[in-house]
Design a protein. Sequence first.
Length: 194
Amino acid sequence: MRFINAKFIKSAEKKSDFILDNLPQIAVVGRSNVGKSSLINLLTNNKKMAKTSSTPGRTRLVNYFNIDNKFYIVDLPGYGYAKASKNMTNAWDNVMNDYFVDNDNLKLVFVLLDCRHNPSVLDIQMVNYLAENEIPSILILTKVDKLSKSELNKNIANISNLLRYNKNMIIPTSSEKKIGVSQIEKILDEYILL
Ligand SMILES: Nc1nc2c(ncn2[C@@H]2O[C@H](COP(=O)(O)OP(=O)(O)OP(=O)(O)O)[C@@H](O)[C@H]2O)c(=O)[nH]1
Ligand SMILES: [Mg+2]
């Protein structure tokens, strides 16, 4: 499935602002600065779709993008932003929890990991949370332009072992070099039956 017509719909700050309609939702999660917004721009082929920034913690709201009136891609706030106060962290937990709990339209979560690093404790918590709640997810490795092929293969094997994801559920991507789009489109075909 290609992303043809992408449209930003709204930013939600709290549960009462969330979109509740019949369209399936695909959520994008990962630590702050991992490249969530950049991935959305890569998939929609529009650098201005989601706001990106080299300052971590840029996306603090739940941002909904409508794709071809078929589904939403949902940009969630990044976790593990060191400068966030404890209150911010709690607010993050609440928003995320509200988003994930009883969300029947949520069909798949993209968990983003920087291909250069081992998963953090927060990444592991995220993956475990999704597994416990039986929410399907795939791992998307970002910034693969920053590694050689052999370093990347080594890290994929490592991440696959650590997080127990089959290698075909781990997609290498680069928004810089436009890598990974067709593999993600194929996966969406399997999870969103249109
Ligand atoms: N080299 C390279 N840089 C990337 C890639 N993807 C993102 N970046 C850079 O990483 C930084 C963070 O990207 P964002 O897409 O804003 O990250 P985010 O996960 O949305 O961050 P928050 O909204 O703060 O949680 C920016 O400076 C991007 O240009 C990539 O594939 N390759
Ligand atoms: Mg962002």
